[in-house]
Design a protein around this ligand. Sequence first.
Ligand SMILES: [Ca+2]
Ligand SMILES: [Ca+2]
Length: 222
Amino acid sequence: MLATHPTICKPLLSFLIIFVSFFLVSCQKGSQNQKTVYSNNFETSDLINISGGILTNFNNTTVLGRYNKAGFGLQISDLPAHELVEISFDLYIHDSWDGNGIEPDGPDIWKLEVEGVNYINTTFSNKECPYTCFPQSYPFNYLNSNQQPKNGAYFPQLPGFCLWSDRSGGSSMYKIVKRIRHSSASFSLRCLDELVQSNTADKLCDESWSLDNLIVKTIDFD
Ligand SMILES: [Ca+2]
Ligand SMILES: [Ca+2]
């Protein structure tokens, strides 16, 4: 059939050749080389490369934390040539975080910085409505949005750690993945909070956070 309709098939053939060529070139340009340059589940208590590291056990795993008005840093050197870094981790929000609430309850801000530049500046709320609850900013930055408490949580109903240790849903876990443009051979990250709860003596028990399965990958393109 093809040979009997050369006028129809020629444009079709040309189109197919262009399409396939474009597809192949796109694939080659888009192929990624990913290398894991840091990976830590903290089960061996390895705090090399970490500053401000604290370890605790939560929900049958070792995690980095807990923190309140504090945080930790990660420094890595001798990274291979790359254009992007991908940072991923599990973030645990423990007990009575108040999201976008105001004094004396909030706002309860959590931050991620790379090379001193802020990439996440958000709030989490762990109090489920209709009881006294505040909206949270996550997955957006503070104060761009009023989301429901626990919005985007991967595990929203984990046991609390201290103030709400007897409560299912007292902790929430968020899986966070962030890709940023980065090319230098050294890498520094910092995670910290600006928690507010001025009407309690035991702030760490009232609200805190911890982190697990911290992975940093470099990404390069052919
Ligand atoms: Ca762990
Ligand atoms: Ca608070």
